[in-house]
Design a protein around this ligand. Sequence first.
Ligand code: PEP
Ligand code: MG
Length: 576
Amino acid sequence: MSAQQSKKASGQSAGRKTSKSAAKAAASERKLRGTPASRGIAFGRIRFLKRISSSPDRSSIRDPAAEIDRFEKARVHAISQLAALYEASLEKIGEQNAVVFQIHQMMLEDPDYVNSIHDLIAKEKVNAEYAVDQVARRFERNFRSMDNDYMQGRASDVVDISRRVNEILMMHSGAIKSKSVRYESSGEPVILATDDLAPSETVQLDPVHVTGILTSAGSTRSHTVIFARTMALPAVICLGDENLTADLEGHEAIIDGATGTVIIDPDKKTAAEYRERKRTDDTQRAHLEQFRGRETATRSGRRILLYANAGSLADLDLIKASDAEGIGLFRSEYIYLSSSDFPTEDYQFDIYRKVLREMKGRRVIIRTLDIGADKTADYFMLKPESNPAMGLRAVRLCLENVPLFKTQLRALYRASVYGRLGIMIPMISSVEEVKRVKEICKEVQQTLTAQGIPWSDKVEFGIMVETPAAALISDELAPLVDFFSIGTNDLTQFTLAADRQNAGLAPYLSASHHAVLRLIEMTVRNAHTAKIWVGVCGEAASDDNFTARLVQMGVDEISVVPSNILRLRAAISTIG
Ligand code: PEP
Ligand code: MG
């Protein structure tokens, strides 16, 4: 929240009177649009979150050593509070989410953060509260400026831990008497409005009173949003300071977390319409929740593996919360796209190891570099091509630049001992390519062995079937690999000669076109003849009707965006 807005929202009585009378006047309905962050429809009265002293005053101190000691005591106290919060939130948001409070403890131990505060107190002889606030703002700015969704999402974490320390400092000094976070409520449903809600504030909300969340800033990758989804709290974020203004305090509102719509002072007709939608939505959700923790199977009991697609580490929390049985496509190119230079072997190894560890033995299929076409990074210095989608991309680029490919393969094989890894090669169009990739893998394995570096011989080796050529020769390819994963996005564009980036061609891009279906059918048949499993990881697999077709064709695995997992498990359970 900007300083200006926090003042506006600080609950001064004059402001409150004005907003209450405004709310009482028969205000006409209006709409705001933000970023949809957590699905669901919520009704309630908007109440702004009030934080005492969002920016502590600067004051001079005489004894920096004593001030650092004061900060240290508060820091230790904060760490013990977070340990208790971790325990208390286990049930509410699950272990995989509550772990953020362990991460917060680690952030409070981070030497960079802690030393920056010590230095500021020592050098400028300022009070601890001010030093904490200044350092938090600097870290927050740095995180927000990073060209990486995951790191941007960490900005609210650093604000959260710093606020906690400052609250303790202020309670100890008597500057505040109780916890600084409050909102007005007379027992009626509340839609909580704020600049950006911290993860620890979110988890402590009482879902009986708070029905939804509105924020002017935020990130869909933040823990706050992930928690809101887990707690089934509808949320709309990034509304902007200019829209989420303090004069909305006390107004009736409806929020639709699926579309990012906020209706202020809804009229009777709109309210009735949304009430009906909410009823349908709640019934559907309750129905889907029954499928959590269950295996995916058809009505006749045939097992289907239902996996999730991932773009980066940031997706892990969502994937775990989605109840996916594994990761069917980890698009490793995002590691390259979010770096300013070629990512090193160690950097990649850390990421792959983390994914494998966190998936705890569930299958993780990591696709090797699929750069080129619409996915480019300057440092690759790719030559301009008139048809980049059909150009030097993906496996072709890796085979032209074997050292680059080997760096990734070494990182993958080194990580393979930490879980159940599958390596998948994109854009295959010939038998020779697969044979050459296998030779390179063998060389990597031999070098690792010679260097005494462990790797697992259980790694599965597979290819994407996303060119018509691969589908047509799938009988020749199948004996060379452990699995196929059909990429319907590219398979459709290449089969139907319709550029997937060209929005105007959407009517031509149907994965249900008989030409595409025949290629899929052929691929599945050839995979099964060679006794290997076959999956589908393109977007079309998220469509209930298309999924039903895939299952009927004999597909063994389906990988989709995490939010579709429970819906598809329910849909598959109805297939005969
Ligand atoms: C595909 O082509 O279907 C696929 C899953 O890969 P991408 O969308 O990343 O090209
Ligand atoms: Mg593809």
